[in-house]
Design a protein around this ligand. Structure first.
Ligand SMILES: Cc1cc2nc3c(=O)[nH]c(=O)nc-3n(C[C@H](O)[C@H](O)[C@H](O)COP(=O)(O)O)c2cc1C
Length: 324
């Protein structure tokens, strides 16, 4: 399938694996890229520019296909070394960067000078337009369904994607709630040029996370995610567990007086324990409602081939319907 996104990134299928904290290591990105999609290493998970450079080199050893790096811009008191991370991306010869979080305007000049394509992930049409205005090449439009940070507007993809299509000139991919060939065809119908998936890619053979995480996704239904940190305007969609229930009880009890310090035990430093040790109740971890559509653990190749086969079948069925 050829779309503006496959052309822009030099990939075979219009499917992207979004950056995921403690999931987006070289093994994940290489598996997706080798399957014809665009795999993405998560920059901040690596910690330092040196470690990111090392992860990029490891990924390059595992694939000769294009892959990207996610740079999430977080509101923190001690910001990571973004210029150093950008330099590692450029020196590593990476050709695609997925930005997310805040406005990436400060990261753009060196990336653009190096000929790197930037796809900014955002959760509203106004942020997507801003990304277009500052020179991003594409956007990833992340609906309310998504795992991770859906923003504060709560607009699901059936509205958000056609709104983006009506306003944007640069190409965009759908993100949030995407799992299969139906998702891809629907995304294309709503004006996207491809789709981005997070949660679906965690439940794959190659995802470098503990099996407990994959089993938790398989067991979950679309009713099992919760929104946390809404009072802090840092809303995150996570899979429900004991820590999340504790966190929500604190939010209820403390109301508007809550601060990040009140919930540090449930959110700070929990990802390695969950993703690597499989300690599932250690804290809140991002997971999409799409868990309700995930019932198996294929390889990335099996998953992407199945999505493309299903998509082609659906399109053929629709063409037959239109002609009837
Ligand atoms: C476990 C997990 C960790 C994530 N970490 C990040 C991150 O560090 N940076 C980022 O930009 N997006 C992150 N995301 C969001 C994904 O890149 C993607 O936008 C989202 O998962 C799409 O929604 P879906 O899960 O319904 O497919 C994360 C998602 C998950 C599930």
């Amino acid at each position: 399938m050829k779309t503006a996104i496959t052309e822009m990134f030099g990939i075979e299928h219009p499917i992207i694996q979004g950056g995921m904290h403690y999931v987006g290591f070289a093994e994940m990105a290489a598996a997706v890229s080798n399957a014809g999609g665009l795999g993405i290493i998560t920059g901040l998970t690596q910690g330092t520019p040196e470690k990111l450079a090392n992860e990029i080199a490891r990924c390059r050893d595992m694939t000769d296909k294009p892959f990207g790096v996610n740079l999430t811009i977080l509101p923190t008191l001690t910001p990571p070394d973004y210029p150093g991370l950008v330099k590692a991306v450029i020196d590593g010869g990476v050709k695609v960067v997925e930005t997310a979080g805040r406005n990436p305007v400060e990261l753009l000049p060196p990336l653009k000078d190096a000929g790197i394509k930037v796809i900014h992930k955002c959760t509203s049409v106004r942020h997507a337009l801003k990304a277009q205005e500052i020179g991003c090449d594409a956007v990833s439009v992340d609906g309310f369904e998504c795992g991770g940070h859906p923003g504060e507007d709560d607009v699901p993809n059936f509205i958000l994607l056609p709104r983006a299509a009506d306003e944007l000139e640069i190409p965009f991919v759908s993100s949030g709630g995407m799992a299969d060939g139906r998702s891809l065809v629907a995304s294309l119908a709503l004006g996207a040029q491809g789709m981005n998936m997070g949660t679906r890619f965690i439940a794959t053979k190659e995802a470098p996370v503990h099996d407990n995480v994959k089993q938790a996704i398989l067991k979950a239904t679309e009713l099992d995610t919760r929104l946390v940190m809404r009072p802090l305007r840092n809303t995150e969609r996570v899979l429900n567990n004991a820590a999340v229930e504790r966190l929500l009880a604190k939010e209820k009890a403390l109301g508007d007086a809550i601060t990040i310090n009140d919930i540090l035990p449930e959110v700070a430093g929990v990802y390695p324990k969950i993703m690597q040790e499989g300690a599932m109740d250690e804290g809140a971890w991002s997971c999409g409602m799409v868990a309700g559509l995930i019932h198996d653990i294929p390889t990335c190749k099996e998953l992407i081939e199945r999505i493309m086969r299903e998509a082609e079948e659906i399109i053929a069925r629709m063409q037959a319907m239109a002609r009837a």
